[in-house]
Ligand binder design. Sequence first.
Ligand code: LLP
Length: 419
Amino acid sequence: MFSRTDNALHVEDVRLTTIADAVGTPAYVYSQSAIEERYQRLARSLGDAGICYSVKANSNLAILRLMESLGAGFDIVSGGELERVLLAGGDPGRVIFSGVGKSVAEIDFAIKAGIGCFNVESVQELDRLETRARLLSRVAPVSVRVNPDVDAQTHPYISTGLKQNKFGVPEGQALEMYRRAHASDALDVRGIDCHIGSQIEEPAPYIAATDRLFRIVDTLSSEGIDLEHLNLGGGFSIRYRDESDFDLEGFSRDVAARIAARGMTLVIEPGRYLVADAGVLLTRVEYLKPAPDEGYRNFAVVDAAMNDLIRPALYQAWHRVEPVIASSAAPRRWDVVGPVCETGDFLALDRDLALEEDALLAIFGAGAYGMVLASNYNSRSRPPEVLVQGDEFHVVRRRETARDQLAAEGEESCGQEER
Ligand code: LLP
């Protein structure tokens, strides 16, 4: 979906320079066919699996509409995400609501919308859900999020299935919650779920989690409580650098097939796997600041910063960087940094690149957890998002302006030229 033709990087059939000229930089650019290809690959290898796209990875309405058209359900974690899914035409019956801190307002909104399932993360939440459902004279569909205490072998910030993590409940508590939910006329037991982490490269942690969940399913079944679906959350890895591609075949054979054999429906909540590789962040070099002396570093100061893409600063994440137009300048080892006043404001360190001032750069793997994590730090306006389809491109979110930022504080812009 990204290729180099005539020495220039293209997204599908559009030159990235054309997009930069039209919308400026920094800017997020997504390839529609890259998302379609990923979705179909997943759907093909997991059969009828209930794919519920994890909205948090990229919540642009155009992306949600695309997911809907491909046949995805949605995994949400807030009322704001539910609003987006409904606006994008998503079927509320195929929405799953995860998260440890669902508020009364969010629960009411989701019950009234008729969502498919609440992934309940504590006894206290089950109480609240039951109370609200009863007050609204509705029956709330539930799954209990189990914390299987499985090591997903990933970055500690994105590891979620260990005892010390805030997510889910242990087996014993899950059983108690199911018994209570089963006995309640305001709750309807639907399934069981877990989400053990993100950027998981091997099926092994999923196999271990499935075994734990099966034990609970069996105990409940012997008590006459039958669960329809088993939801393993998201977490499938992508290749940022030298990771291996997620072993879908192994997952399908050792996990999906075993769940199907029990007559249960497998549900997954992939985010990154579907959208990360479909996106680049376009940025332009403002200044080249080569090392003046021994012990100094070569800095390429670009117009994107940690407020636009926080993954390198937050998770020491590695994203591939390439000049859009290959240059004949002498290559050097550069740190690609932004204008924000923090030493942690870097997009890439120690990269051998041939760079010129004004060079346009593409930062790859930026389709997931890029724009959704962007902020206004240093009062910077957030970048636009562009969706490419064949030889066409559409601005699916315009660049934010100083006026947008000031509006919530009741002020107009003083007319400073918008970037
Ligand atoms: N389901 C639940 C309940 C989750 O918490 C998550 C991600 C997903 C599904 C989707 O996971 P995925 O398939 O995308 O790995 N900001 C971090 C990732 C945080 C993931 C949080 N939960 C990053 O940029 O790496």
